[in-house]
Ligand binder design. Structure first.
Ligand code: A3P
Length: 345
């Protein structure tokens, strides 16, 4: 009798053990598959309707798989040929504005399975030395991608550099141009904060923002100060409009990208003629960082580097008022040209 009970118990334990091992193996296989190559192109012309909350695991897994490895330079020539990978010139460029949220925009667009970002700022069009190396040099700086994908790069210096519009036009006169802007005074202070941090890192002293932004002789806004000049968006845009029609630009609201990124990204998807693929699933608010972070899939999340989202120094309120007054007419012109209005003071 006792022997029979023991045998039964052993049998039950065996079944339970098998079930546990089976489940474990299944989980390991599933998580392991996240980093494996997705052999079939996840994007094709047949984009069906999708629910907003659907987990886009299959569509996105290759971003952390094969392409990711290749961008690290781990691809052999054979693999590149086998998977038909190419280095394509960008179909869209984030041309600025510095401190507008250019990195966040690029990283967030890269969530889209049809977008592949150039990780570094390439500075091809604004740097004469790089430009002299020729377009093939530029193309070779691009990441590997599947032919149906689009490459996007960002170099915010393009927006304010005199020669750039003509140079980009010569490469591709129908390229799509993205400009991300923030309220001009906030952007100027953010610009200053970045420079200040650089000086502090080198143990150097630096002027206060107020001293740079206001001309001490006239007590007016110092238009020679670069952080001020960069925020006169309309002046720069007008130079670009000598080469490209306004339809080729899309203006992104950088302040809204911070607080409510998804609708801004959806507008960009539309502008780039991409099917809507970035969803709320891909963006989650990280209370510690105070910003939205990115979720590629169940195993891979990332927030932007700590250098994005710095604390700004306090600026004298009369200087802020003066700057806002100064930017006001330029902002009006910018709204008029772009057809996008912001609630800037
Ligand atoms: P601050 O550092 O002034 O807050 P850029 O990438 O063009 O240099 O822009 C940097 C700005 O991007 C940051 O400016 C920050 O406010 C903004 N930003 C927008 N979305 C962000 C995000 N999800 N994480 C971090 N910074 C973000």
């Amino acid at each position: 009798m006792l022997f029979k009970q023991q045998a039964l118990l052993r049998q039950k334990l065996f079944v339970l053990g098998s079930l546990a091992i089976g489940s474990l193996l299944y989980l390991v296989a599933r998580v392991g598959s996240l980093d494996r190559l997705q052999p079939l192109c996840p994007i094709d012309g047949r984009f069906g309707p999708r629910s907003q909350d659907e987990i886009p695991l299959r569509a996105l897994q290759f971003k952390r798989g094969l392409l990711h490895e290749f961008r690290k330079g781990n691809a052999t020539k054979e693999q590149i040929r086998l998977h038909n990978l190419v280095q394509q010139l960008p179909k869209a460029i984030i041309i600025g504005v510095r401190k507008g949220g250019t990195r966040a925009l690029l990283e967030m667009l890269n969530l889209h399975p049809a977008v592949v970002k150039a990780s570094q700022e390439i500075h091809f069009f604004d740097n004469d030395e790089n430009y002299a190396k020729g377009i093939e040099w530029y193309r070779k700086k691009m990441p590997f991608s599947y032919p149906h994908q689009i490459t996007i790069e960002k170099s915010p210096a393009y927006f304010i550099t005199e020669e750039v519009p003509e140079r980009i036009y010569k490469m591709n006169s129908s390229i799509k141009l993205l400009i991300i802007v923030r309220e001009p005074t906030t952007r100027a202070i953010s610009d200053y904060t970045q420079v200040l941090e650089g000086k502090e890192r080198k143990n150097k002293t630096y002027y206060k923002f107020e001293k740079l932004a206001i001309d001490p002789n006239t007590c007016e806004v110092n238009t020679k100060y670069k952080a001020v000049r960069t925020s006169i968006y309309t002046k720069h845009l007008e130079r670009w409009l000598k080469y490209f029609p306004i339809e080729q630009f899309h203006i992104v609201d950088g302040d809204r990208l911070i607080t409510e990124p998804l609708p801004e990204l959806q507008l960009v998807e539309k502008f780039l003629n991409l099917p809507p693929r970035i969803s709320q699933y891909n963006l989650y608010f990280n209370a510690t960082r105070g910003f939205y972070c990115l979720r590629f899939n169940i195993v891979f999340n990332k927030c932007l580097a700590g250098s994005k989202g710095r604390i700004h120094p306090e600026v004298d309120s009369s200087v802020i008022t003066k700057l806002r007054k100064f930017f006001h007419p330029f902002n009006q012109k910018f709204y008029q040209i772009t057809g996008r209005t912001f609630n800037w003071p």
